[in-house]
Design a protein around this ligand. Structure first.
Ligand code: IFM
Length: 501
């Protein structure tokens, strides 16, 4: 067995030495507020169950396994007023003083709108088989409904063609949080109408970009939008209204259903590459005596999305007044669901996209525990074994589960890495998670691909440009691109179709 790289060992030790920072519980804070829980530190020793296994020294993934990296439009594109793009809720939100840590906005972000050729060259040079990007709704339909902006569509056409020329498969997300502002003015995701407008927008994009090799992802992380942006205030639109958050859950899921319907209507070629929703999921482990609370918190964190999409019904334990639940109005939530909605939401998809960043633990009162080491993103409790637990649980609990893709997994730069290009902590993180993904595949999970988050350093929402998640460094000021050590390491993983060093 090869000796562990000392830099990687040091980095793993650093990760496990960090403790949960309450102030920077980014999404945790939003979700926790909506769930009526308070993040609290607890002794490490109370962690139950999930078992660790020895690391395999080499691990191969199945032939044809898809290796990729991901970005999203608002986080990388910049050029927010170019070529007829309309304003999105994130333009509005980022312009409000105090919303973004470093005062940055969506401009220039990583300037990808102008440097896309260089970025696609990077994708190709890393040997990636697929690149996941999102289409900005306000570039394509600037006011959210009605007139289509051909210049916006042309940009994404160039991107898709550029990927094809390089032999890279596009994975296209239709919605990654940049809602056209006029739709927000009409209620945003709290309004049912937004789901219908999304179906129309999706049809426009399918018509312009569909091809056999495109995999479509409908809505990215509806939970984050609902509970950090609508129930919480840390993301756009920053409402702080839990019932609006619950409405945003249902309407985003309905929007997913409408997009699936639009793709099926677009014909078989458009649908060849498959379609699915991208859900951020995490195992919720019980602290001492907290089994019932953890079950309800799992309902709020995971089954509130999985059950309607995969089983055609909402769980009955996710919303209410009990510890672990979303403390919203369950009757009001139920009243949003109209005849036919759940059939649309659960129409068979081709793939389930899983985004995994870490795990959670709750105490019996529903308070989030500091059970695992955190990254520089205080909300991220790093627990690679949780990925195995999650993937095998999906396999076991959902009989009609479609093939899985991991469409996001990553970690921000570790401040202890004095030169961010030498990002040993990220290499350690990715390696540990790929080991668990490989373990799940070996145990029968139908996992077809993995996308690292993110290809590039980019605009990390409320953290602005101050928290960097890229495999490739984007130099502040010059915006020059430099592959980090993790990019070089990932390149070797992709070439070997597995872990070899
Ligand atoms: O940057 C985000 C991404 O937009 C959605 N998933 C989590 C990432 C890290 O916070």
């Amino acid at each position: 067995m090869p000796r562990p790289d000392p830099a990687v060992s040091r980095a793993l030790t650093r990760l496990t030495d960090l403790s949960l920072d309450r102030r920077t519980l980014l999404r945790g804070a939003g979700v926790a507020a909506a769930l009526g829980v308070v993040a609290a530190c607890s002794p490490r020793g109370s962690r139950p169950g999930p078992t660790r296994t020895a690391s395999p020294s080499s691990l191969r993934f199945p032939d044809g396994f898809r290796w990729g990296a991901a970005t999203s439009a608002f986080q990388v594109e910049g050029s927010t007023t170019a070529d007829g793009r309309g304003p999105s809720i994130w333009d509005t939100f980022a312009a409000e003083p105090g919303r973004i840590d470093d005062g940055s906005t969506g401009d220039p972000a990583a300037d990808h709108y102008r440097r896309w050729e260089e970025d696609l060259d990077l994708v190709a040079s890393l040997g990636l088989g697929s690149y996941r990007f999102s289409v900005a709704w306000p570039r394509v339909v600037p006011t959210g409904s009605g007139a289509v902006n051909q210049a916006g569509l042309d940009f994404y056409r160039r991107l898709v063609d550029g990927l094809r020329r390089r032999g890279v498969r596009p994975a296209v997300t239709l919605y990654h949080w940049d809602l056209p502002q006029p739709l927000q003015d009409a209620g945003g995701w709290a309004a049912r109408d937004t789901a219908e407008r999304f179906g129309e927008y999706a049809a426009v994009v399918f018509d312009a970009l569909a091809g056999e090799d495109v995999t479509w992802l409908t809505v990215n992380e509806p939970k984050t939008t609902a509970f950090v942006g609508y129930a919480g205030t840390e993301h756009a639109p920053g409402l702080g209204d839990v019932d609006a958050g619950l409405a945003a859950v249902h309407h985003q899921l309905l929007a997913h259903g409408r997009a699936v319907q639009a793709l099926r209507a677009a014909g078989p070629v458009a649908a060849t590459g498959g379609i699915g929703i991208a859900l951020n999921l995490q195992p919720v482990y019980p602290g001492i005596g907290a089994e019932e609370t953890a079950r309800r918190a799992d309902g709020a964190e995971n089954r509130l999305y999985l059950d309607p999409v995969l089983l055609g019904r909402y769980p009955d334990d996710a919303v209410g007044d009990l510890p672990g639940q979303v403390h919203g109005d369950a009757d009001r939530f139920a009243a949003l669901v109209r005849e036919g909605d759940l059939e649309a939401i659960s129409a068979p998809a081709d793939v389930l996209a899983v985004q995994y960043y870490g795990a959670a633990m709750v105490d019996r009162y529903g308070a989030w525990q500091s059970a695992f080491p955190t990254s520089a993103a205080g909300w991220q409790q790093v627990h690679p074994e949780g990925l195995y637990d999650l993937l095998t649980r999906l396999r076991d609990d959902y009989p009609d589960l479609p093939p899985l893709l991991i469409t996001e997994n990553g970690v921000p730069d570790d401040p202890a890495d004095t030169d961010p290009v030498h990002d040993a902590a990220r290499v350690a993180f990715l390696r540990a998670h790929l080991e668990q993904a490989g373990r799940a595949v070996a145990d029968g999970v139908d996992l077809r691909g993995y996308y690292a988050w993110s290809l590039l350093d980019n605009f990390e929402w409320a953290r602005g440009m101050s928290q960097r998640w890229g495999l490739v460094r984007v130099e502040p000021g010059t915006l020059d691109r430099t592959p980090k050590d993790s990019a070089r390491w990932y390149q070797r993983v992709v070439a070997a179709n597995g872990l070899v060093d």
